[in-house]
Design a protein around this ligand. Structure first.
Ligand code: SF4
Length: 509
């Protein structure tokens, strides 16, 4: 099965901004969900967010967050009456629809809202209209307009009246266009109905994919919560375009998908789906390892084959490493560990060791900003006491700056698998814990990092060379003759393809 990522996908600017604001808060109330996504809701619960359906449920004087979907004026007034501190995360595009609806209503026009009347955003827009004296909100129903919230039959008294039309931002853009055309044929309307650009772009991307891949063997998988209007629309659009669609909101749901007979799977996600879930799901679907570890061997041989100094080989190797880190990120690999300098490497000539140490320091200073920008957590494993104070300070400063990021880049310096085991034993004794595999693992250098799924070794050597002895007990190994400075994107893909073709039994059958 080929897994194709449908671009653009995922978090829109409105949700991204709302989540970034919310993540700075603790112990506050949030009116409805901040966005329609259970993973983000779970993150906020961890920050002691309490979700309420009405501002009346927020204690007087408390702090309330208004979600990206926005609220109407009656809710803002109620919050003011309760002397609440308001953190308003309303998306500017939703705000624009509110202003358009209010402006129509202020001009004395009934306002038709193309929407799902049960959606929080639609309720806020309707409130904007109904809050005005004589404000009248309508919803399209079977080609005619009904009084808000619909279901009461065609509205009366609209003859000879101009009607303003707006739309909920997350509707199907084609449906909105069709609906406006129908209304125009039956009523005198002025329309500012449109879905937001992020919604439209994601919907158009699914249409493009579905047009080129339709038929039995193709599906669109929408990653995101079924409660998200945005996600449901994407799935609907794929179906309308003739491609079957699937919706999954959690990794359990992704694992449970029936993909039998699917040759091409297009994967997209709604505007409120966190990228980490998307990456994890794509990684799983493509059978990409979560953790890749690499023994970067062959810098010296690469240099001597070209009549260069060994140091030049190490510089070329460092450049390859920067690219490999990038390629691993593109492929959804969450952890990359590299063997940069072993406990045994201290025996090399002093000039080479000094050159390597200053290369590490230079690279970290040069690349530190990139790690922050690309949200990569940098970590070192190995015997820190062996390093110079200056290098250690540079390493630990970068570890602090990147500590909050999920994707991890782990560099083994002054590292040996046996040394790590010895250090872990001493740590376990110091802690006085009974020795089990679990308690022992907790004493390793990076106990929270999952064991490597795949260990790659370059330059044709067929040894583990004291690398991750404990952690690689069930890792798959991939050996290549390519010297590390020559290791290319296609070499990485060959290793990943080899991994994907293996059946990992982990000691079972
Ligand atoms: S989907 Fe559009 S309207 Fe909704 S939060 Fe995102 S950018 Fe804003």
């Amino acid at each position: 099965m080929t897994v194709e990522i449908i671009e653009p996908h995922g978090l829109c600017a409105g949700v991204d901004a709302a989540v970034a604001r919310a993540l700075r808060l603790r112990d506050v109330y949030c009116l409805h969900g901040l966005v329609h996504n259970e993973i983000i809701t779970g993150d906020l619960r961890d920050l002691r967010f309490k979700f309420v359906e009405s501002v009346e449920d927020v204690p007087k004087g408390g702090t309330v967050v208004f979600s990206a979907h926005g609220v109407g004026p009656s809710v803002r007034r109620a919050a003011k009456d309760r002397e609440l501190t308001v953190v308003d995360a309303t998306c500017p595009f939703v705000d624009r629809v509110h202003r358009a609806a209010r402006s129509f209503a202020k001009r004395g026009m009934p306002v038709a809202i193309i929407c799902d009347p049960a959606h929080v955003e639609a309720r806020g827009i309707a409130d904007e209209v109904l809050d005005l004296p004589d404000g009248r909100a309508l919803v399209p129903e079977n080609g005619l307009l009904s009084d808000w919230p619909g279901g009461s039959g065609p509205a009366k008294g609209l003859e000879g009246r101009k009607i303003g039309v707006v739309a909920q931002t997350t509707m199907n853009a084609d449906d909105v266009e069709r609906c406006v055309a129908v209304l125009r044929g039956k009523y005198d309307i002025e329309s500012s109905a449109d879905v937001c650009a992020a919604t439209k772009d994601r919907q158009n991307a699914v249409r493009r994919f579905a047009k080129t891949h339709h038929g039995e063997g193709s599906r669109v998988l929408v990653l995101g919560s079924p409660s998200s209007s945005n996600c449901r629309r994407l799935a609907e659009i794929a179906r309308e375009c003739g491609t079957g669609s699937l919706l999954a909101g959690t990794m359990d749901e992704v694992r449970a998908l029936d993909l039998n007979g699917v040759d091409v799977l297009g994967v997209t996600s709604g505007a409120s789906t966190p990228e980490r879930f998307f990456t994890e799901a794509v990684r799983y679907l493509r059978n990409v390892p979560r953790h890749v570890a690499i023994v970067m061997d062959g810098n010296g041989r690469w240099a001597s084959q070209r009549g260069k100094k060994r140091g030049e080989g190490h510089v070329a190797g460092a450049e390859t490493l920067s690219k490999v880190l990038e390629w691993c990120g593109d492929r959804g690999i969450a952890y990359l560990t590299v063997y940069a300098f072993s406990t045994e490497n201290w025996k090399r000539p002093k000039a080479e060791v000094d050159g390597l140490m200053s290369l590490f320091a230079r690279m970290l200073k040069l690349k530190g900003g990139d790690f922050v920008r690309k949200k990569v957590r940098f970590r070192m494993i190995g015997r820190r006491g062996d390093l110079s104070k200056g290098l250690l300070a540079t390493i630990e400063e970068l570890e602090r700056r990147t500590a909050g990021f999920e994707r991890q880049f782990i560099v083994a310096i002054s590292y040996g698998g046996r040394a790590e085991i010895v250090d872990a034993v001493n740590e376990a004794i110091r802690r006085g814990e009974p020795m089990t595999e679990e308690t022992f693992s907790r004493c390793l250098y990076a106990p929270d990092v999952p064991d490597p799924d795949l260990v790659i070794r370059t330059s044709g050597e067929l040894r583990t060379s004291n690398f991750l002895l404990w952690e690689s007990a069930y890792s798959e190994y991939y050996f290549t003759d390519v010297l590390w400075p020559d290791f290319s994107e296609s070499d990485l893909d060959k290793a990943l393809e080899s991994y994907a073709s293996r059946h990992r039994r982990m000691g079972g059958v």
